[in-house]
Design a protein around this ligand. Structure first.
Ligand SMILES: *Cc1c(COP(=O)(O)O)cnc(C)c1O
Length: 369
């Protein structure tokens, strides 16, 4: 890998392929993978990810918001795309772009049918979202009859899938709750099959459920974080390869004497002779202030260097005392042997938040090996 000269997020498509193959191997033959590429492909690069996954055989994508689906369409992705959280203001655009909405409330169902009728659609694909306990989006059991009444009255839409989302599929202590969610899902799906004269696809599993609840794979699983190389669990992590490596460089080195301070609010003071380095990455790049003051750290030539003082908007400073390095040297924030899960934990958060938070200012580079 040639050295970087600025802050760069390297995205390795070979690792993506590895993760896809691993997750695929955990699924029964009949189940398909819907790849979740919301939030810029979990902070990576949604278009390149979607293209690679299409080559590997993924035939369904999911995004959170309409504009994310539109971006994939503009880039030439033709596979069906589920929009998990559309707003009624986007419904015409959804239809114009052949995106498929999640329908999670009576308000949204009515509004979407109205738009589909106005645009003279016939059996436009929609996905019914059921609330089985997450209490975020979705219909509860007593609301289903109203849903069936609306559906019976209009040919403009057709239910392509029925789905729900698990609250704690990664947590063994919540196994009983998860099994209850699965049971509710089966019962509500069965009622739906009886009321519709066709059988929509069923899906409920996210990444952790693929591994922990193989019996819940149904027709499809919605896989996000696993494709990007994280498994919410040491035992799963060891089979996956994080696709992103966040690199930066040493901009400047300072020799400090005792009593000198570093950064805003003078949050760090040297107590002995030491060396600090300034890096061109800060909270506006997604390395938030929670990593400052010794909590997070980076790697230079294999050596750990803790962040000192407060993280600035565009920069942060590290302690490189005793580390052999010079201005221009490469710095690894996370990636490879330096797992982003650990970096995230140092700031009291999870891999999901860290990687999706790497801002669009950071250059993305796709690597294939
Ligand atoms: C983000 C999301 C997923 C993907 O979950 P992972 O844990 O990243 O695999 C699946 N379904 C819904 C509804 C989501 O919002």
């Amino acid at each position: 890998m040639p050295p970087v000269h600025e802050t760069t997020l390297e995205i390795n498509l070979k690792s993506l392929e590895h993760n896809y193959n691993y997750l695929r191997s955990k699924l029964a033959k009949g189940s398909k993978i819907m790849a979740v590429v919301k939030a810029f492909g979990y902070g990576s690069e949604s278009v390149e990810i979607a293209k690679k996954l299409s080559e590997l055989g993924v035939g369904y994508f999911a995004v959170a918001y309409t504009k994310e689906g539109v971006a994939l369409r503009e880039a030439g992705i033709t596979a069906p795309i589920l929009v998990l959280h559309p707003q009624s203001i986007n419904f015409e655009e959804i239809i114009e772009r052949c995106l498929e909405p999640s329908i999670y409330s009576e308000f949204v169902l009515k509004a979407f049918i109205k738009t589909a009728e106005k645009l003279e659609q016939n059996e436009y694909p929609i996905h019914l979202k059921l609330n089985t306990g997450l209490n975020r989006l979705g219909f509860i059991a007593p609301e289903l009859n109203t849903v069936f009444e609306y559906l019976a009255k209009s040919d403009a839409v057709k239910v392509k899938s029925i789905f729900s989302h698990l609250a704690a599929s990664e947590d063994w202590k919540e196994r009983e709750f998860t099994l209850q969610q699965l049971d509710k899902f089966r019962k509500m799906a069965f009622r739906s099959f009886q009321n519709l004269d066709y059988r929509p696809l069923l899906h409920i599993s996210n990444t952790s459920a693929i591994i922990n609840y193989p019996e819940a794979a149904f027709d499809m699983v919605r896989c996000g974080i696993g494709l990007y190389g994280f498994g919410n669990d040491e035992n799963i992590n060891k089979h996956l390869k994080p696709i992103g490596t966040l690199k930066t460089i040493v901009s400047q080195i300072h020799q400090l004497v005792p009593g000198e301070s570093v950064g805003y609010k003078r949050a760090f003071t040297a107590t002995e002779k030491m060396k600090s380095a300034t890096l061109p990455i800060g909270y506006a790049d997604g390395i938030n202030r929670q990593y400052g003051n010794g909590r997070g750290g980076v790697f230079i030539n294999g050596n750990y260097a803790p962040i000192i003082g407060n993280v600035c908007m565009d920069m942060l400073m590290i302690d490189i005392t005793g580390i052999d390095c010079k201005e221009g040297d490469e710095v690894i924030v996370f990636g490879g042997p330096h797992h982003a899960t650990q970096f995230a934990a140092s700031g009291n958060t999870i891999s999901y938040e860290l990687i999706t938070g790497i801002s669009q200012r950071v250059k993305r580079v796709i690597v294939q090996e």
